[in-house]
Write a protein of this length. Sequence first.
Length: 565
Amino acid sequence: MSKSKSSPSPATDFIRNIIREDLASGKHQRLVTRFPPEPNGHLHIGHAKSIQLNFGTAEEFNGICFMRFDDTNPLQEEEEYVDGILRDVRWMGYDWDERLTHASDYFEQLYEFAEELIKISKAYVESQNAEQIRETRGTLTEPGKNSPFRERSVDENLKLFRKMRAGEFEDGAHVLRAKIDMASPNINMRDPVLYRIRKVSHQRTADNWCIYPLYDFTHGLSDALEGVTHSLCTLEFEDHRPLYDWILAEVSAPCIPRQIEFSRLNLGYTVLSKRKLIQLVEEGHVEGWDDPRMLTLSGLRRRGFPASALRLFCERIGISKSENNIEMSVLEDCAREVLDKSAPRAMGVLRPLKVIITNYPEDQTEEFEPARHPKNPEMGTRIVPFSREIFIDHDDFREDPPPKFFRLSPGKEVRLRYAYVIRCAEVIYDKSGKVIELRCTYDPATRSGAKAEGRKVKGIIHWVSARHSVPVEVRLYDRLFSKPIPGKDDPEGNFLNDINPDSIEIISDCQVEPGLTAANTQEVYQFERVGYFCPDSKDSRPDALVFNRTVTLRDTWARLEQDQT
C-alpha cells in the first residue's frame, strides 16, 4: 500500500462515518473494500474518485482493498484494457499487493451458487427470447407477467442449466432467471437474468465456459468470497441493492457485505459515459483513449496532470449522496496548485518575434543562472544563455499599445527577465506590412541583480537566445466541448455537435531554452508567464520535441464566461 495521501486532519463523510461506527462497534475487525472495473474501456476521472475512495479508505483505516476485474462479458473485454487499468491505478499512487483478482476466478463457485438457487426453487431456466422477456417485464407503472417457464420443476431446471454449461444450446436459446416477484415496484427484482449463453472465448478462461454470469449476480457474490465489508458504488446501483442483498441472503455466502452508494462525478465540459467515450475514439473525433483532451486517466497523464492533483481534486469535491455538477475549473485549479509548487521554471516563446540588440557585441554570449524554482532552492539553478539576437513573444509587442500596456512598443523600455532593460528603436516589416523584426538597444548597467539608479521599468517579458534556443512543437489543448453539458441544448441530444472546434491548436515554430532538450515525459514545466507544459509521452523525441499544454496559468474560461454574461 502506498504512503498516505490524506490531508492532516481525517476526512469526514457519511461513508467514513459508517466505517468508523462499524469498526468501533466490533461489527467488523478489519475494513475490506474493492475496486471492480470492467476491462472494456480505459479509466476516466470519475473512476479516480472511486479509486481514491476504495483504496484511500482502506489505507486510512488500516484495511485492505482488492483490485478485482469484473470480466463476465468476453464480447467486449480486452487485455489492453486490463493492462491500462492496472497502470492507471498504480499511477494514482495505489497498489493491491497480492490482491489482484478477477470475477472469472470464481466462475466455478458462482455456478454452484446458481445451482443452489435452482434447488430451492429461486431460479429457473427461461426459454423465451430477449424480446419476449422485455415485453413481459412490465413498466414503471405496470407489473410484469410471469414467464410460461417459471414453474418448471427443480429437476428440469437443473438438467437444462447443466446442458447450457455443456454447450448443448446456441446463444439466446435459454437464460437462467431468478424467481423473485414480477409485480415488484423495483423492475430489477422482476425475475432478473442471472446467466446467459455466450459461445465465445474468454481472455482468461479460454473455452472452458460458454455460459457467463451477469454483473448483478456476480458482483455481490464476488464481494462475499473476498470478505468485502463495505461495497462502495455509485448511485445508479442504488436500485440494484435489493437484488444484491437478495442473492446474498438466498445462497450460502460466506459473509454479507454492505453496499453503500455515493454520487458519481458529473464534470462540466466533458462526457464520462463509457459509451460516449468509445464513440469519440472509434469515430475518430479524438486520436485515442490517451488523447490529452480526453478526461481519461491516460489522457490526463499524457497531458501532464500529476496524480497528486487528481487526488487533491477528489479530496476537494468530497463524498456525498447528492448529485452535483462540478466545474472544470476545480480540476484545473487543483493542477495549478500542485504544479505551482513542483514544476521547474523555464522560458518558452510560443510565437517568436526576432529582436536584434544593436549595441550588444555580435560575438558575445552571457550566461544567466536563475533558479529552477523561485521558492524551492533545493531544485537548483539552470543556465540561460543570452546573445545579440533573441526571440520574444509577438504578444509582448504592440505598435500602437493600449493604455496600461507595459510591454514593448516603439520608443518604450521593458526588462528582459533575468537579463537587461531594452528599448525598442526600430520596427522591421515584410512586404505585406507584417512586423517581422525589432531593433533594440540595451543598457549594460541594468543587468539583473545590479542597481540602476533612477530606472523604473514596469514591464518584464520572457525571451530566449536565438542562437541557443531549441525549436519545438507546442500543442495548446483546451476543453473538448464548448458547452457545460454536451448535447443538452441540441434538439436530438447529440453531444458531438458541441465539440469545441478550438480544443487543440498546434504551433510548430516555438522556441524554448536549450536546457529543455533534457526534459523527460514525466516532468511538467512552467513556461514563465505562459502556462504549464510537458513533453508529449507519445510523439516527443530528442530530435523533435513536442510539448503539451497541461493548463494555463489562470482560469481563462471564467473570464470568457463572465464576458459573455
